[in-house]
Design a protein around this ligand. Sequence first.
Ligand code: PLP
Length: 388
Amino acid sequence: MIFLDAAATTPVRREAIEAMWPFLTGEFGNPSSAHSLGSSAARALRSARESVAQILGCLPGEIIFTAGGTEADNLAVKGIALARQAADPRRRRVLISAVEHPAVSESASFLSRFAGMSVEVVPVDATGRVDPADFASRLGEDMALASIMYANNEIGTVQPIAALAAAAGRIPFHTDAVQAACWMPLDVRTLGVDALSLSGHKIGAPKGSGVLYLSSRVAAEPVLHGGGQERGFRSGTQNVAFAVAFARALELAAAEQAAAATRTTALRDDFIAEILGRVPGAVLTGHPQERLPSVASFYFPGTSGESVLLELERRSVLCSAGSACAAGSDEPSPVLAAIGLSASAAQTSIRFSLPASVTAGELTQAADAVVQSIAAVGQLHSQPTPGA
Ligand code: PLP
């Protein structure tokens, strides 16, 4: 099996399993307990928090462990916007891009339905990029929050986050860095962001683990209420094992990031060239250079994405049509619509997302499989319909 769906999820790394194992077994304490079992859990949590903070370039107290990327996005978008509005009711606008993950766009839509806010969507160009000047022109004193993702999950386009965050100035700026984590620098001081979301299962930690960086300069209203864990911002007994696994996976990802990005970019570019050269009519989606090292996304006019996927799987290649979240939905992807694709072109889109472990041999095999699959689907399409 050739797994080219790393943007959907990744396997848990052995080192992360080994790091978390003690906290699922003998060291099972609740970090809030006063006894020794609780203290050792609290120590492990503290050290995981310190490690994540060091990699992100922030204070340990600015790290909130969450149950995944969706939760981190919800806490940031709703929490910051609600606190800003509570401090000044005139701040009722939320600015997002047209290519956000639903965890951000649906959180913004919740604010418009239940908190009287208005959501403004900054468009992207045909490559999926936000123009910083356009972004800046929409800012104002009445803005509660801006949230623009670091890298897109469907087309891999990377946004000019530092320029956008700088333009936002004193307006709180959140970025969903879930897809960027293994591939791009994550130092929040260099990026200049106030909040940043990460998901464990994209970086070799378990599904349901994640982190929100929330600057101590930015006020946020808790969304989950309860025992006051995680600075009162994310109540609920902490999942120490997952926090430890997340920290270990992030340490490895950070140590490997530069080399993995260089190596995978070269393999990705060869793969893209191979597909564009061998499949007539194939079109690359997303930015030609400013894209995740791992993502090669195309549309193949005249085919059907779903049929090509099935043909690819018959040839042992696993990938996605558009985003995994949209899989099974007949709705055209909003991301592909935002870059100007028609609904019919969007239905022919395929995303290959390479794990850092991918080899050149696997990609050669995958490219052969793509050529054969498109040919097979083309033949299916050109067969006369019985009775026609
Ligand atoms: N944001 C982006 C860009 C994603 O790609 C995903 C998952 O695919 C999420 C958020 C949600 O993360 P999680 O699956 O950990 O809830």
